[in-house]
Design a protein around this ligand. Structure first.
Ligand SMILES: Cc1cc2nc3c(=O)[nH]c(=O)nc-3n(C[C@H](O)[C@H](O)[C@H](O)COP(=O)(O)O)c2cc1C
Length: 166
């Protein structure tokens, strides 16, 4: 068991950008894949798992993936979201994702904002369930930006250091 996997779920490309920035900063051996395409997670000693916040939570495919991981693997979680960084709305999905990782060891987490397409905002802001975060979402425009990607790379490097410790 060696090497690092970056597994991500992304509908509009924001989380994929963060995943690729993380992947670029890692040493070989390394693999990047959409979560839906990962067959053998057991081959890796460290897995970065990325997802967009959907309806205040973790997308179901990502939940399934986290639950399916064999025990002993070290993982790090990252997310993108339309709501403000650090707000309860952006934190609760990450807290939920961490709570699913009962068999694995969560070394670290990272999140940043991700812009919402205008069409998406138009539809979602009409639903009461989405009102709170869609009010914050316009200022997420142009995120993740180069600073977010730089921060994501710092998170990845620090995670690798943590993973090397017993
Ligand atoms: C159906 C849907 C639901 C969303 N729900 C939330 C939410 O509850 N809270 C939030 O902060 N952002 C929410 N967002 C915004 C996304 O999390 C954000 O735009 C993210 O960066 C998208 O990532 P992706 O491009 O990788 O799919 C939602 C977006 C969509 C399309």
């Amino acid at each position: 068991m060696s090497g690092t996997l970056v597994a991500y779920f992304s509908l509009t490309g924001n989380t994929r950008k963060v995943a690729e920035a993380i992947y670029d900063t890692l040493d070989e051996p390394k693999v990047i894949k959409k979560i839906q395409e990962v067959k053998e997670a057991v081959d890796f000693s460290l897995i970065f798992i990325g997802f967009p916040v959907h309806s205040h939570s973790t997308p179901y495919k990502v939940e399934e993936f986290i639950r399916s991981l064999p025990s002993g693997i070290k993982i790090a979680l990252f997310s993108t979201h339309g709501s403000l960084t650090g707000s309860r709305l952006s934190r609760e999905a990450m807290e939920h994702a961490v709570s699913l990782a009962t068999k694995t060891k969560v070394l670290s987490t990272f999140s940043c904002r991700g812009e919402v397409s205008l069409e998406g905002m138009d539809v979602l802001s009409k639903s009461p369930e989405h009102q709170a975060w869609t009010e914050m979402a316009p200022s997420a425009r142009s995120h993740p930006d180069e600073h977010d990607l730089h921060d994501a790379q710092s998170f990845a490097k620090w995670t690798v250091v943590l993973a090397s410790q017993p």
